[in-house]
Write a protein that binds this ligand. Sequence first.
Ligand SMILES: *Cc1c(COP(=O)(O)O)cnc(C)c1O
Ligand SMILES: [Zn+2]
Length: 425
Amino acid sequence: MSAVENHGSTTETKIREDAFGNATGLACRECGNKIELGPHYACPECFGPLEIAYDFPALTREEIEAGPRNIWRYKALLPVPDDIEQSPNMEPGFTRLLRANNLGTALGIENLWVKDDSTNPTNSFKDRVVACALSAATEFGAKVFACPSTGNLANAVAAAGARAGVKTVVFIPSDLETPKQVNSAVYTDSLVAVDGNYDDVNRLASEIAGEEDGWAFVNVNVRPYYAEGSKTLGYEIAEQLGWRLPDQIVIPVASGSQLTKVDKAFQELISLGLVEDKEYRVFGAQSQGCSPVSVAYKGGVDAIRPVKPNTIAKSLAIGNPADGIYVLDICRRTGGAVEDVSDDQVREAIVLLARTEGIFTETAGGTTVGVLKKLVESGQLDPALDTVVINTGHGLKTLDAIVDRVGARATIAPSYDAFVAANIV
Ligand SMILES: *Cc1c(COP(=O)(O)O)cnc(C)c1O
Ligand SMILES: [Zn+2]
């Protein structure tokens, strides 16, 4: 094949006619220019980001409900072939939406739910986007599946690649948490640690994509297909609420892709008549050590000034977020906000969620729950409205963050006297 190209407008790849389901082309987010489906991610006219355009058929709730209990129940709304379930994949999605009464009471929110994506196959929401990216990359004939990653994406690519029987090479910043490194290396013999931050790793990936033939970097040169996977979070939340949208939703922001796609999913459900049209507010969550989007939001400006990340929320540590400006648009348009919390508030929120709901989240989820708390306290979020908070990853991947905060209450001799003396209850 003629490589998964950077941004060329030609390709010799023969794409199966039904390879992308109801997708009809790629549309530029900036200038609206439309081009054919292919391994492209930047507009040939203005270099703006490309997004999948569709012609959706009429679709009923019942048709969706009859589908598998994973993201493929929404395959009609994704750029994937109709027989996608037949290919070896991780079958991510349809994670639980838990009513969080205890956390709600602690924060003074009447109706609160946690969408718990830590139960995906590699314990983060990234399994959703990787499933869509691998499907597209396979159609384009890619030989190597790769990614620059802040950790979770590398885990998901390495595992999905192993299951699909394809070669994977995953790139991460070398200072990443040990559990996240091991969670990639166990699936692939090609984990590459780069001495630099995520933005350096991302630049390197773009360079390799431009030089090497047949490499699909899931979040770089097949990004339009990858990004669509995040829409399934929005579809599931609506379906699990009984086919209605929440009033408010709090979403972590790294590149900003997930937040923009949850909003896109809500818009699609409204225009397909699958949920009632209503107003909802979207809130973005960042950590103060890497908060370029919340800084722009609070400053009332449209441009995002890149930062050098320094935060325990490493999975959110993208200093130059590709979709940051669209996050600003959405949060402003819907009457939401972008807020940030300190590392200490992140740790506090991890323990709060664990002790109120029995859910162990990673630092990204600590950031999101911490921001939820701050938004209620500051009056930016209405505690009387139905609210969903997304937990995007599992706490076992970032144990270091709280190892000094939680641990054995006492170490005692194996005797009843010692137990009594320790004064546990
Ligand atoms: C990647 C990631 C995010 C954010 O993803 P973007 O779409 O890049 O904003 C959030 N949480 C976790 C745990 C992640 O790994
Ligand atoms: Zn354009």
